[in-house]
Design a protein around this ligand. Structure first.
Ligand code: NAD
Length: 268
């Protein structure tokens, strides 16, 4: 049977890349999905060869999803997104904090001595503060509602990066922002363990998305990436989405506070 049946989820950054794959997979596993992003349209032609918006694609396949315009750096927008989940589907069980940016990839290579303060602040706000806000408002809702039938109160899945575990070349603010995500994951997991809210992070290796296309051209070659990910080379969004299902399901019944590398052996 579907592994996320009767669960209500919010997936941020759902219009593109990993978020789109996670939203689609969650819906296939029976979850209702609030797709939260700045705009509903996918940034690149989809791997499934369609330009349908994520919530439209889910609906077309018989699943349940809505789009809620959300800037994850805005507390007001978080309250609206969570209220939409409650109004539309009655509760909130799962939050996937996936929205993020790799701004350094779009600029000339920067080590810390020539990193702009502005770029640092933007990266920390979009990648780290967003996770603080998401956890704050989602956990508020999870504590206020009746527990899920499993007895657990909620599942939070933060999308960090292998850059939280190792240093990457010329991207100090991105590495620091993802370090904060993994660190906050441990801290929040500890505080809400007795409330039975799971809080875990996934640290993906290189995945072929818009960010990937922007960075890899500059940083590295495809041969180099094949070598760095000894198990099958760089990944696909679905490789991360499948693990994101596990972390929001009963299979993660005793898992909390972890930051798991899903990286084809990059950090092995
Ligand atoms: P992507 O650029 O394809 O998608 C990111 C999505 O986030 C976009 O739809 C964008 O509109 C949305 N977004 C950006 N800022 C937002 C904001 N303020 N509010 C709401 N939505 C916002 O990127 P992706 O590769 O799918 O990355 C998703 C996550 O995975 C990011 O957190 C990224 O750091 C992480 N990650 C990616 C890789 C990779 O190789 N692609 C590796 C490790 C971690």
């Amino acid at each position: 049977s579907p592994r996320l049946e009767d669960k209500v989820s919010i997936v941020t950054g759902s219009s593109s890349g990993l978020g789109r794959a996670i939203a689609l997979r969650y819906a296939e596993e029976g979850a209702r999905v609030v797709c939260a992003d700045l705009k509903p349209s996918a940034r690149l032609p989809d791997l499934e060869d369609t330009n349908l918006e994520t919530h439209e694609l889910i609906t077309q396949k018989g699943g349940k999803a809505i789009f809620v315009r959300t800037d994850v750096t805005s507390a007001t927008d978080w309250k609206v997104a969570i209220q939409a989940a409650v109004t539309e589907y009655g509760r909130l069980d799962i939050l996937v904090n996936n929205a993020g940016v790799g701004l350094e990839a779009l600029r000339p290579p920067a080590q810390i001595h020539n990193t702009d303060e502005d770029l640092w602040d933007k990266t920390m706000t979009i990648n780290s503060k967003s996770v603080f806000l998401g956890c704050k408002y989602a956990i508020g809702q999870m504590l206020a509602q009746a527990p899920h039938s499993s007895g657990d109160r909620g599942w939070i899945v933060n999308i960090s990066s292998i850059m939280a575990l190792i240093g990457g070349p010329s991207n100090p603010s991105y590495c620091a922002s993802k370090g904060a995500v993994s660190s906050l994951t441990r801290q929040v997991a500890l505080d809400y363990a007795s409330s039975r809210i799971h809080v875990n992070a996934i640290c993906p290796g290189y995945i072929q998305t818009a960010i990937f296309k922007e960075t890899t051209a500059r940083e590295t070659t495809i041969e180099d990436l094949q070598r760095k990910h000894p198990f099958n080379g760089p990944g696909k969004p679905e490789d991360v989405a499948r693990f994101a299902v596990v972390l929001a399901s009963e299979d993660a019944c005793w898992v909390t506070g972890t930051s798991m590398a899903i990286d084809g052996g990059y950090t092995a």
